[in-house]
Design a binder for this molecule. Structure first.
Ligand SMILES: [Zn+2]
Length: 113
């Protein structure tokens, strides 16, 4: 039963993180929409907005990548192979999973790559 508890705990943690990321992504999207608003026509404002855009896009991409990693981890939980290294098939140590919840590799394989 210990493993089941462990899995449920991880799932809750991943779900919480996922919701948090989705909220942040939504906020970024809303921000982008707002900037497209033609009412915001002040030239100084537009210059500042253009400067900020690459930063926002990079953040957007970082969040999306993390979201994909979480979704993959949840999928692995569903498949029952969350604890298994995708490279060698060995069990991924508990310490490592706590430190890196989305990892798909055991410590040995991670060090080899
Ligand atoms: Zn491995």
């Amino acid at each position: 039963m210990h493993h089941l508890m462990d899995t449920e705990e991880i799932r809750r943690m991943l779900q919480t993180k996922k919701e948090e990321l989705e909220k942040r992504l939504l906020a970024i999207e809303e921000d982008k929409e707002r900037k497209k608003d033609p009412l915001v026509s002040d030239l100084d404002d537009q210059a500042i907005q253009r400067e900020n855009d690459p930063v926002i896009d990079a953040l957007d991409e970082t969040l999306r990548q993390e979201l994909r990693q979480i979704e993959h981890a949840l999928y692995r939980l569903d498949m029952g192979n969350y604890h298994i290294c995708s490279h060698c098939g060995e069990i991924i140590g508990e310490e490592r999973r706590k430190a890196l919840p989305y990892t798909t590799l055991c410590i040995r394989c991670a060090h080899e790559t």
